[in-house]
Design a protein around this ligand. Structure first.
Ligand code: ACM
Length: 553
């Protein structure tokens, strides 16, 4: 049949640093042998699952893998000649990425889960030398607003791996749900993980609800499984427990931890910023360090732990005599200082366990961060630059163009998004480390990440639509370290055949398929309701103000 053959070295996505096309081709038949040191050869085999490659010795190998300690982290070299394939890498991640590049050089059928008879498993001869531009190439999944079952998370890891993305940021707790088992505090998952209904009306409309219960959580064993599955595919799971705001689900379970402990709290059935906030008193710090330890133990190696810090309404802190007395006893002048102090205590506890803390940019504006804290500037480039200038590592996460919950077009044919519009081209043109910054500021940008907030992502099919192909553009800029090259759209066109073979229900470049539209009801997009440029202007102003812990979006 020979369908799905893409051919040549010039359809790779993300674009490698160097490709040289040779003459002729080599065959990698299903069941072929891969030789080399186990951690590297195993990584290559895992990158090409459909072929069922076997370990063996070099004499019979179609793919020979060798360690080259001279290559950097995640880097690789791939040579394809008539007598077979050679791969060198310094680490399993590099070998895995060489395998992913090889997979893209095969017909698109390499992205299926079983062999399609008649496929010609040939790859063009040539050479690829490659290394990432950024060390943090992230995807963020909000599993709090919409719980995504474990199978969706594992599938996302497979898709990330195919795009050389390497950080899966799991937003595990928010006002609308707590998504992980706790043995120490079981009401977190028993009470905090479900709500009786979810809002379906849009901004400015009469509130309406679906009256359909929504819930779910990962067991600690699920987390262990997800982390191990990710690790084998060169992906690090970054858990986020967003505190001290976004706390309604925690407080529905344990109201005594609230700044207003006699209030009754519920897992929220609507979106927006809630005033519900954890108290900063020592009992809350003890509670959170216990929960962080449970999550960290389940995940295993946890180099990064995200503690949120965004969109906090501190009114209940200011109104509490007990909290005010505590603030005074610490010699802190404002609730903003107390916000900083609280996050710092959690970060110190995480550092004691070997984890670097990650925060949203409000925590940077509050001040007092540990120097090793990584900042995610979601409110724009300016606050990111300030964090970089202050010496923090920065992962670029600005609403524009990295919030993929915004619609791709200001059109009623789109399914509902938070606002509009963020296109594939917007993502492809983005420079995470802007050329106008000073060199030492640019050097602080360790990566870029797209966000999939899930108020408008009701299921896995909607997730596919939102994530791809904008995620392909994000992978391109993350791997190459800057805006996509001019041939990006041509390469993307070929790459979509791989996503088709994988079974991804991405958004076609020409717009949604009829059944991907929002229809006439609550899933219809309201074009122009929220323009992303207006959002960015508003967020920029907030990030400039001293009172940045109280945005009102
Ligand atoms: C955020 O969007 N509140 C990080």
């Amino acid at each position: 049949m020979g369908f799905g053959i893409i051919g040549g070295m010039d359809h790779l996505l993300p674009r490698p640093r160097l490709t040289e096309t040779g003459a002729g081709s080599a065959e990698i038949a299903p069941g072929s042998v891969v030789s080399g040191p186990a951690p590297l050869a195993d990584a290559v085999r895992l990158a090409l699952p459909v072929l069922g490659l076997r370990p063996g010795d070099a004499a019979t190998a179609a793919v020979r893998v060798a360690e080259d300690p001279g290559l950097g982290p995640e880097a690789y070299a791939l040579t394809i000649a008539g007598d077979g394939v050679r791969i060198t890498a310094a680490d399993p991640a590099g070998a895995f990425y060489a395998g992913q590049t090889l997979r893209q050089l095969l017909p698109a059928e390499a992205f299926r889960s079983a062999l399609v008879p008649g496929t010609s498993w040939t790859v063009p001869c040539g050479r690829v030398e490659d290394a990432p531009g950024f060390s943090w190439r992230g995807a963020h999944l909000d599993v709090a607003r919409t719980f995504l079952p474990k199978r969706e998370v594992l599938r996302m890891i497979d898709l990330m791996a195919a795009h050389k993305l390497n950080r899966l940021h799991l937003h595990l707790a928010d006002d609308q749900g707590w998504r992980v088992e706790s043995r120490a505090f079981p009401l977190l998952h028993e009470v905090g993980s479900h709500r009786p209904r979810t809002i379906t009306s849009h901004r400015g409309e009469e509130p309406a609800f679906d009256d359909v219960p929504h819930g779910g959580h990962y067991t600690l064993a699920d987390l262990t499984e997800i982390a191990a599955y990710a690790r084998a595919r060169a992906v690090t799971v970054v858990p986020e427990i967003d505190v001290p705001g976004h706390a309604s689900a925690v407080l529905a379970a344990y109201p005594a931890l609230a700044a207003r402990p006699r209030e009754r709290y519920e897992v929220l059935d609507r979106w927006g910023i809630s005033p519900a906030i954890l108290s900063p008193l020592p009992a809350t710090v003890d509670f959170l360090t216990t929960v962080f330890a449970e999550i960290s133990d389940a995940l295993g190696d946890v180099p990064y732990f995200h503690i949120g810090g965004d969109e906090c309404v501190l009114d209940d802190w200011a109104a509490s005599a007990e909290i005010s007395a505590y603030q005074a006893s610490l010699g802190l002048e404002s609730v903003g200082d107390l916000h900083a102090w609280f996050l710092r205590r959690l970060a110190d506890a995480l550092a004691g366990r070997g984890s670097r803390t990650v925060v949203w940019d409000e925590a940077f504006v509050s001040g007092g961060l540990r120097p090793d804290t990584i900042v995610m500037p979601w409110r724009g480039e300016h606050v990111g630059r300030r964090a970089a200038a202050a010496g923090h590592d920065v992962v670029a996460t600005p609403v524009f163009p990295m919030y993929f919950d915004y619609a791709e077009a200001a059109s009623p044919e789109e399914p509902a998004g938070l606002g509009d519009a963020i296109t594939v081209a917007d993502v492809a043109a983005f420079a995470p480390a802007p050329p106008a910054w000073l060199e030492e500021e640019r050097a602080r940008v360790v990566g870029v990440q797209f966000q999939l907030w899930s108020e408008h992502i009701p299921d896995g099919r909607a997730l596919d639509y939102r994530a791809w192909p904008r995620g392909c553009a994000a992978a391109e800029i993350a791997w190459t370290g800057g805006p996509a090259a001019e041939d990006f759209l041509r390469r993307l066109d070929a790459h979509l055949a791989r996503l088709d073979a994988f079974g991804v229900e991405y958004r076609p470049l020409s717009g949604p398929r009829p059944w991907q539209r929002g229809g006439a009801g609550w899933r219809r997009h309201r074009p122009g309701d929220v323009a992303v440029q207006d959002v960015m202007r508003h967020l920029h102003e907030l990030s400039q103000s001293a009172d940045s812990t109280r945005p009102s979006m």
